[in-house]
Design a protein around this ligand. Structure first.
Ligand code: F6R
Length: 592
């Protein structure tokens, strides 16, 4: 979950800090850099965001190589001691690490037994101590022995005193390298290469090596590895931000993102998907985490409606342990904005091990999941920087809708018709900002907010609840509306807000009577609906009614979530929270 960077060239400190800012979405509880200097390594570390680090770094003209790290703490609290880079006791090695060393306690015990002293609580420090331990002069031999001793995931950027190079190693954490006219850049996300190089090298699991400004040497257990560069053709879109926060920018980006998605699939970019025949599968399993899981809930509904096949949803962190029965007649659809979420990757690995056919629904098209799946469906949301997913969620839902339509049409040997999607997108607007601000003023200090709905409205309620938990630190739970009287009515009192999603025609009367049940026990109601003919006496009981369009298709889920994303944003800001970087979270959860 951490971001790592390495750079060889001029103005090293400035470049490393600039690139770390691009990786800050990967963790922002502390940061650090190390550069070479005439007297050894110069190391700077700071707690909190990268701007704190920037204030203390002393820039030099002499540094020619540097590494940097932005941390999301796993082992040891976020402070300067646990922040990377870590340095070996002999001052010959320093490194930054992304991943988790699972056997670090064993290694630490062994090295302490050899007389070594540890100063941090991190798993990463064991790696730098191992480098010192194995160092007999040959750098590659030292690194090879070190990584052979490690269990877990790692992307490492390593400096060795006296060498004008960056050494590296990778296992199950992303690592990329670009070289340009005497400069080299190594990073855990290719977003860092924007404006630096047009092509880059992908480092694979089990590989290690070195890079200087002119040459890349990559090895694995069998010897030297030849690498061909990959073109940096990913459209990063507009990552500059004229808004106060990325979250609001990204909510407003949603319409364009959805239109990109529509155009991509309307232009027939679905050949591999259309080759799949759903009737050949016994089951379709949707897997994801957090917001992506909520998109899975909606996606499963699309597939259930269109196909006579069993559809299941599974949270990725549970998938492996739920003994899923998979075989070549299973279709596993994995949804992930980043394509790097460790649990989702592990779910994919298990699906492939059992010979299931896999489809990845991803935003980051160069990600591990995108490359590993049998079929990749890009969601075309453009870069999403705010930790809370907004436009990516809507694009995930649309992609799953497109996928179901494409598969249905291809089963009839027809071309899919996306006219309904286009009409929906043309009419998409961002609603009544003043109303959303009033709602946010009302809920911002409430501690009991329940979200209810039936059918697809329940999925929206789940996502809405997640959004205010993470961006507003509000205590919110989701329930199926019909479950009210099976227990949670006991929690309702005058201090409770119940947010009711009531856009499913078939069950509208039932949902409203559930809301009435809550109201008569004192609850205060905020109701989302697309219907004009709701009973007046019920309307009078609602503190707020938020009217959305009646879409008449599964795309209603997108229509419904956008107003709540805006409410979450305004609530977050009014509470003085930075919605882009909620406490304790990071955008891409690359550890289990
Ligand atoms: C919430 C959020 C997270 C992610 C989850 C999965 O706003 O963003 O819940 O959805 O961590 O991440 P990806 O989609 O990258 O696999």
């Amino acid at each position: 979950m951490c971001g790592i960077v390495g750079y060889i060239g001029k103005n090293v400190e400035s470049v490393v800090i600039d690139k770390l800012k691009k990786l800050e979405y990967r963790g922002y509880d502390s940061a650090g850099i190390a550069v070479n200097s005439p007297t050894g390594f110069a190391v700077f570390k700071a707690k909190g965001e990268i701007k704190n680090l920037e204030k203390i770094v002393k820039k030099t003209d002499t540094a020619s190589v540097g590494i940097g790290h932005t941390r999301w703490a796993t082992h040891g609290k976020p402070d300067e001691i646990n922040a990377h880079p870590h340095v070996s006791a002999d001052n010959r090695w320093t490194l930054v690490h992304n991943g988790i060393i699972e056997n670090y306690s064993e290694i630490k015990e062994k090295l302490v037994g050899q007389g070594m002293t540890f100063y941090s609580q991190t798993d990463s420090e064991t790696v730098v101590k191992l480098l010192q331990y194995y160092d007999k002069g040959d750098r590659f031999d030292t690194i090879s022995k070190t990584i052979s001793a490690l269990k877990g995931s790692f992307a490492l950027a390593i400096l060795r005193a006296e060498d004008n190079k960056i050494y590296f190693a990778k296992n199950k954490s992303p690592l990329y390298i670009a070289i340009k006219d005497g400069e080299a850049l190594l990073a855990s996300d290719v977003i860092c290469f924007k404006g630096f190089a047009e092509e880059y090298y992908v480092i694979e699991d089990g590989e290690y090596g070195s890079v200087d400004g002119n040459a890349l040497i990559v090895k694995n257990e069998f010897g030297l590895v030849g690498k061909a560069p990959v073109e940096l053709d990913y459209d990063f879109g507009d990552v500059e931000n004229v808004y106060d926060h990325y979250m609001i920018k990204e909510i407003y980006d949603t319409k364009n993102a959805l239109l990109n998605n529509y155009e991509y699939y309307s232009n027939g970019n679905y050949k591999k998907l259309a080759d799949l025949d759903v009737s050949c599968f016994d089951k379709v399993v949707f897997v994801g985490c957090g917001t992506a899981f909520n998109a899975c809930l909606v996606g499963a509904k699309f597939f259930k409606e269109k196909f006579d096949v069993d559809c299941f949803t599974e949270v990725a962190s549970e998938f492996r342990y739920s003994r899923p029965k998979l075989n070549e007649r299973s279709l596993v659809i994995l949804v992930s904005q980043s394509g790097e979420t460790a649990d989702t990757l592990a779910a994919h690995e298990l699906a492939k091990l059992n010979k299931a056919v896999t489809v990845a629904v991803v935003n980051v098209e160069y990600s591990t999941l995108a490359k590993a799946a049998d079929v990749c469906l890009p969601i075309k949301a453009g870069v999403e920087i705010a930790v809370a997913s907004t436009k990516a969620y809507s694009c995930q839902v649309l992609t799953l809708y497109m996928a179901a339509s494409i598969l249905e049409a291809s089963s009839r040997r027809e071309k899919p018709n996306f006219d309904q999607v286009k009409a929906f997108l043309d009419g998409l607007s961002f609603g009544d900002t003043e109303l959303f601000k009033r709602v946010s003023e009302t809920i911002r200090y409430q501690q009991k907010i329940f979200m209810i709905g039936r059918g697809a409205d329940y999925c929206t309620a789940n996502e809405a609840s997640l959004k205010i938990k993470e961006t507003c630190y509000l205590n919110s739970d989701t329930y199926f509306a019909g479950e009210l009287k099976h227990g949670f009515l006991a929690l309702i009192d005058e201090m409770t807000y119940v947010v009711v999603f009531a856009t499913e025609k078939e069950v509208l009367a039932k949902t409203i009577s559930n809301a009435e049940e809550a109201y008569s026990r004192g609850a205060r109601l905020i109701v989302f609906t697309c219907f004009d003919d709701i009973d007046k006496s019920f309307e009078n009981k609602c503190e707020f009614i938020i009217k959305v369009r009646d879409i008449g298709s599964g795309l209603q889920a997108i229509e419904n979530i956008i107003p709540w994303q805006l409410i979450a944003y305004y609530t977050s800001v009014s509470k003085g929270i930075n919605p882009d970087k909620p406490r304790n979270l990071a955008k891409s959860v690359t550890v289990e």
